[in-house]
Design a binder for this molecule. Structure first.
Ligand code: 5AD
Ligand code: SF4
Length: 461
């Protein structure tokens, strides 16, 4: 999971993110991460385990002895991308017979031995088996292909120090797995049962991140609202408060919330602590109660809107984003209109919008996939267009406002311009002014001068 969702941008599950710190002693590993932020965090755990066992890191694929793809299985197109990538890697395998290619993550867990049928793949390792990476990679280097896909009820990698590249923003997984079983979703099958890390170990990690110069952390879980530290009984609100107090100078973010489980205490904790960012990603999925029921989302639109009302009452300036699926089984034109209506009512700052992709072995798989592809895509297009209009309108109201912007560095397009993010998770581009003496990781004040649906543009105050 990639940079934090940029509000109003397309799906986060798109860009491969190579983690390529500098090389060291042993065999060299190159890891490419696909999918959600949890995968980025997992790749850091895999590198943590491997580097503690003498492995080095390759800067590019050509220099690697081991190439790992940490994969996503959430939609069919995510998997198709990996198959394509494996096809490209064949060239490297031909050039270097000893090259080890491994598939990790959700697709490894879902497809298991089917992946080993591809002559290219030497290793298949699921999300709960990363402690075994050194042993498995060594065996694969000796010509023994391996598979490790057992799911665990307890593995949290609590004691593993993730290998983080330098930066200002870090991820911490606070829990693993999901027990929600939304009928469309493979995650409960690929990541197993929900389990939480211990609160004191999370706050210890936060302190180490602060000492290492990180300025922002995102607490990660499929459903953070069901976080529970079993030894102390601390819930997610307690964890947020403990985190905000442990590192008062760092920005705290989190994702993902569940509308059924998000408590008033969580909202109150966010409102109380300045360093908890005022941004919530609250997936609605559909605006039709009938579809929500078929999805087993366990809430109604009314309940959802009640949560939004509470958030706005306690934090009027809090930014909101959501996930929406277009064309779930049996979705009618009326259901679709209901989704557009909710979008108009809530007016999200941004959204991740997807066409429904049936996944084998899920409950929804058995319900069929009866919305024709053209209709699905047409509805998705309408959803995207509406969201772009709303994002553009909301961002126009930002013009003239001031924001504290955490400086991330030069913008991609132009070195003379830098970018950073607001507390509300919006990207701000501003002209770089060397003489002002700020550096990456500083917080500057900007006034917004203009905007579009995805980005704010500002000048330094
Ligand atoms: N098809 C389309 N979108 C899906 N998501 C999860 N499973 C599917 C699927 N089968 C979306 C949901 C979820 C986000 C991470 O991905 O909107 O919140
Ligand atoms: Fe999937 Fe639902 Fe769990 Fe999110 S809450 S990971 S959509 S099952």
């Amino acid at each position: 999971m990639i940079d934090l969702p940029v509000l109003g941008s397309p799906a986060p599950n798109a860009v491969p993110e190579p983690l390529t710190p500098s090389a060291s002693g042993g065999p060299r590993v190159f890891i490419e991460t696909y999918g959600c932020q949890m995968n980025v965090s997992d790749s850091e755990i895999v590198l943590g385990v491997l580097s503690a066992n003498g492995y080095g890191l390759a800067d590019k694929v050509e220099d690697a002895d081991v190439i790992l793809l940490n994969t996503c299985a959430i939609r069919d197109n995510a998997e198709r991308k990996i198959h394509e990538r494996l096809g490209h890697l064949r060239v490297h395998k031909k050039r270097n017979n000893n090259l080890v290619v491994g598939v990790l993550g959700c697709m490894a867990e879902r497809l298991r031995t089917k992946l080993l049928e591809k002559e290219l793949v030497d290793l298949v390792v699921g999300p709960d088996e990363y402690r075994r990476m050194p042993e498995l990679v060594t065996a694969a280097m000796g010509g023994e292909r391996g598979i490790a896909v057992k799911l665990s009820k307890v593995e949290t990698y609590d004691d593993i120090e993730p290998f983080r590249t330098e930066g200002i923003s870090a991820w911490i997984s606070i829990m693993r797995g999901c027990d929600k079983f939304c009928t469309f979703c493979v995650v409960p099958f690929t990541r197993g049962r929900e389990r939480s890390r211990s609160l004191p170990l999370i706050t210890d990690e936060l302190l180490r991140l602060q000492d290492a110069g990180f300025k922002e952390v995102t607490l990660l879980g499929q459903n953070v609202d069901s976080y529970l530290d079993e030894s102390t009984g601390a819930d997610f609100a307690d964890l947020l408060i403990a985190s905000a107090k442990a590192v008062p100078s760092m920005r705290i973010r989190y994702t993902t919330s569940h509308p059924q489980d998000m408590s008033d205490r969580v909202i109150a904790a966010m409102a109380e602590y300045d360093n908890i960012c005022k941004y919530i990603h609250l997936p609605i999925q559909s605006g039709s109660d009938r579809i929500l029921e078929l999805m087993n989302r366990t809430y109604t639109v009314d309940h959802y809107l009640g949560r939004i009302a509470r958030i706005r009452e306690m934090m009027p300036d809090c930014a909101l984003s959501t996930d929406i699926i277009a064309g779930f089984c049996t979705e009618t034109a009326e259901d679709h209109q209901a989704t557009l209506d909710v979008m108009r009512t809530v007016r999200y700052d941004g959204a991740y919008m997807f066409a429904y992709s049936p996944r084998e072995n899920t409950k929804a798989w058995k319900m069929g996939d009866d919305v024709p592809a053209e209709v699905k895509n047409q509805r998705l297009q309408e959803i995207i267009e509406l969201q772009n209009d709303i994002s553009r309108e909301i961002n126009l109201t930002e013009v003239g406002r001031q924001h504290h912007v955490l400086v991330e560095g030069p913008s991609k397009r132009n070195n003379e311009e830098w970018k950073g993010r607001t507390d509300t998770n919006k990207t701000v581009i501003f002209p770089h002014e060397d003489q002002r003496g700020y550096i990456v990781g500083d917080t500057v004040r900007c006034t917004i001068t203009h905007s579009n649906s995805a980005t704010l543009f500002g000048k330094l105050d």
